[in-house]
Design a binder for this molecule. Structure first.
Ligand SMILES: Nc1ncnc2c1ncn2[C@@H]1O[C@H](COP(=O)(O)OP(=O)(O)O)[C@@H](O)[C@H]1O
Ligand SMILES: [Mg+2]
Length: 351
């Protein structure tokens, strides 16, 4: 195959295909490659592969050493940030060709990944809730007995020194109970009323701005046409606060947080179609989600902070699903974006 002739079928292939010379410089690139990387043909040809992107979650130098004549290599779900700052997730297939050249195919899997991520989140959330509910039940009942018995005992005691011990039992039972309650998240049907999402965001932002002592830049990018809609204002504020506080904590004192709102037509959430939803995004340019915990992020007690409770996101998730919404997450180093999708027209059962 003479690559310089650029066969038409390669040109029109939706998969990005490129051929690298022995120095790992681009010898051939099809149109899909140009589109994926946002680079023109002239800029691509002869360019060392490491200069084609701003970030790639794999070490190309190392890969080059391990590729040999016989064996190719496939890398799945690799995070790619283009020179223009666009993020994609790609599967990369490297195949050695004759004359020490290498064929590279890059398949964009953003869409597939998002769907499977979403399904996974639902499964996760459901499993976590079952676990917590079961555990909470098992803990709360004996705990009630324990506390009651300690109270009865306390009444019988005359020695104040002994009363101190029953006091400890009662106090510690209360502590455990409050932990279990927090694990369970908001239980009571709250107060539903028409409210303004920007007002909530501003309250939460003000709190976090104060906490961060003015070192972080908070930017607003609001869609002013979003009307008031039905929500449990206090709970939603809690969900936003949990997410924004995480962003502030992740930044370690410097960076930029963007609060963005958009309205969005026809959106399906958990199998239900909504005519209008509000997308509320909290975006930070911090280090990104630690890959070690990314898959279980919304589970209760998942944290990588020494003093973290790991409850913030599971509570936020629960509140948002009580609003028939969902939380989407995109994260790579330098960019973390949590988006709350909230239907503007709730059905009766949610309230
Ligand atoms: N904006 C963010 N940037 C980086 N990591 C984040 C961000 N938001 C959440 N995380 C990660 O998610 C974990 C879970 O968050 P959360 O449920 O609020 O618990 P906690 O804040 O107590 O650790 C955090 O420990 C952190 O590692
Ligand atoms: Mg938190």
């Amino acid at each position: 195959m003479d690559l310089h002739k650029d066969p038409e079928f390669l040109h029109h292939l939706s998969t990005a295909v490129l051929v690298l010379d022995p120095q790992f410089q681009v010898a051939y690139a099809n149109l899909a490659t140009e589109q994926l990387l946002g680079l023109g043909h002239r800029r691509l040809i002869g360019c060392p592969v490491s200069q084609l992107y701003s970030q790639l979650a794999t070490d190309i130098g190392l890969l080059r050493q391990t590729l040999n004549q016989e064996q190719g290599q496939t890398l799945y779900a690799i995070s790619l940030v283009t020179l223009e700052g666009q993020h994609h997730t790609v599967d990369l297939i490297f195949t050695p060709l004759e004359a020490q050249r290498t064929l590279v195919e890059a398949r964009v899997v953003d869409h597939q990944q998002r769907i499977s991520q979403e399904l996974q989140h639902y499964a996760q959330q459901h499993a976590a809730q079952l676990l917590v509910r079961g555990l909470a039940h098992e803990i709360k009942n004996p705990l009630g007995g324990l506390r009651g018995a300690a109270q009865l005992l306390e009444r019988e005691l005359t020695d104040p020194e002994l009363k101190e011990f029953t006091g400890i039992i009662i106090e510690q039972s209360d502590r455990l109970r409050s932990l279990v309650d927090r694990l369970l998240g908001p239980q009571h049907p709250g107060t539903w009323a028409e409210s303004n999402v920007h007002r909530l965001l501003e309250q939460v932002a003000r709190l976090c701005e104060m906490e961060s002592a003015g070192q972080l830049v908070f930017e607003r990018d609001y869609d002013p046409s979003i009307p008031d809609f039905l929500m449990d204002d206090e709970q939603l504020q809690q969900a936003l606060l949990n997410i924004l506080r995480n962003a502030v904590q992740a930044m370690e004192g410097q960076g930029r947080i963007v609060l963005r709102t958009r309205s969005q037509g026809q959106t399906t959430i958990a199998g239900r179609r909504h005519r209008q939803v509000v997308a509320v995004s909290i975006i930070d340019d911090g280090p990104g989600i630690d890959p070690a915990i990314k898959d279980t992020l919304f589970y209760p007690m998942v944290t990588n902070k020494a003093d973290g409770s790991g409850l913030g996101l599971s509570i936020a998730q629960k509140i948002v699903s009580q609003h028939q919404g969902r939380i989407e997450l995109e994260s790579w180093p330098g960019h973390t974006e949590f988006t709350l999708l909230l239907p503007m027209t709730l059905s009766k059962e949610a309230q």
